[in-house]
Design a protein around this ligand. Structure first.
Ligand code: AVJ
Length: 320
């Protein structure tokens, strides 16, 4: 392992028991569900990287375009020499667009996928030798105790990609309140939010023609087999995603194609033909509805940007 003076790694990775408990709880519940945070083992993170390059999956490239076009304006609003916290940093690709204009003192990527985070954060530390990189492996949906270093700098947070969409709206508000507490009074948050649009565009983005999203979704079952010794048969489950216009969300499901029983750590779980495991929600917002949510969570909206086709938006918020 290369030693880098400007690199530190904090490991608060949730224990496997938590994964086991969550899986047995979700598969015992009716209807069955699993949290999308469990998509992101090393293989799942690689599948997600592949998704971000798909022609149908517009969010990532649209957000990067916005960061490129409005980078200077964003930097003027967020300021310099801060501690830049990124929630769900993944491959730390987007942040590179911001680092040059923002020139933070410290970059603190937080992600649940340990190896993926370590590789991405180390490569940032190598490419930006004067930047202190402090990587934190943790589940940001839980409350996190940040490394002491965090109190030494004014804190700005970056929450890209519309991962806010994974929370139920009320939980999204509670999460934003926690972020407000984490960054403190006057703290600033730059957040990416996917917008409501033509349902066919949304459907295509989550049912891509190459089947990458299907592999990403099914990898969840492979992970349970690998880490919890289960015996899910991949070919008897199918990926299915659709847009729910009433709830303004994409729903991802894993459908059981037959009556079957799956064993996991000695426990048996029955599946009826046509029964699903609900594996993800991805809520879509209008600008107005998202600003209401931000206000209710204790943020003022300083500025926001969206692309010409109103596919995706970026918002700069400040703690009231
Ligand atoms: C990482 C949660 C923003 O909801 O669009 C991509 C994950 N799921 N394709 C999203 C995802 C299926 C993605 N987020």
């Amino acid at each position: 392992m290369t030693y880098l003076e400007n690199f530190a790694f904090y490991d608060f990775h949730p224990a496997t028991e938590d994964f086991y408990t969550a899986v047995t709880t979700g598969l015992t519940h009716h209807p069955k569900y699993l949290s999308p945070k469990f998509f992101y083992d090393t293989v799942g993170s690689q599948w997600f990287d592949a998704i971000t390059k798909l022609p149908e999956y517009y969010p990532t490239r649209t957000e990067i375009n916005l960061l490129n076009i409005y980078g200077e304006e964003i930097a003027d609003l967020l300021g310099h020499d801060n501690l830049l916290l990124e929630l769900g940093s993944g491959s730390s690709i987007k942040i590179r667009t911001l680092l040059d204009v923002l020139q933070p003192a410290v970059y603190m990527p937080i992600d649940i996928s340990r190896e993926h985070l370590r590789d991405a954060a180390m490569s940032i530390a190598q490419d930006y030798p004067s930047l202190q990189v402090c990587a934190v492996c943790a589940d940001y949906t839980d409350s996190i105790e940040l490394p002491k270093l965090a109190v030494a700098y004014p804190c700005v947070a970056f929450f890209p990609g519309s991962s806010i969409g994974n929370f139920e709206p009320n939980d999204a508000k509670l999460f934003l309140k926690r972020v407000a507490t984490m960054i403190g009074n006057g703290g600033k948050l730059l957040i990416g939010v996917d917008l409501r649009k033509d349902p066919n565009l949304l459907h295509a983005a989550y049912n891509d023609s190459q089947g990458v999203t299907a592999a990403f979704n099914l990898n969840l079952l492979q992970r349970i087999n690998k880490e919890l010794g289960a015996n899910f048969q991949m070919d008897s489950f199918q990926h299915y995603a659709f847009y729910n216009p009433i709830l303004h969300r994409i729903e991802m499901h894993l459908f059981s194609m037959k009556n079957q029983t799956v064993r996991c750590n000695g426990e048996l779980f029955d599946f009826q033909k046509g029964e699903s495991i609900h594996s993800e929600n991805s809520y879509k917002y209008s600008i107005e509805v998202f600003h209401q949510l931000a206000n209710q969570a204790g943020f003022n909206v300083l500025q926001f940007w969206q692309d010409d086709q109103a596919l995706f938006s970026l918002h700069c918020l400040q703690v009231q």
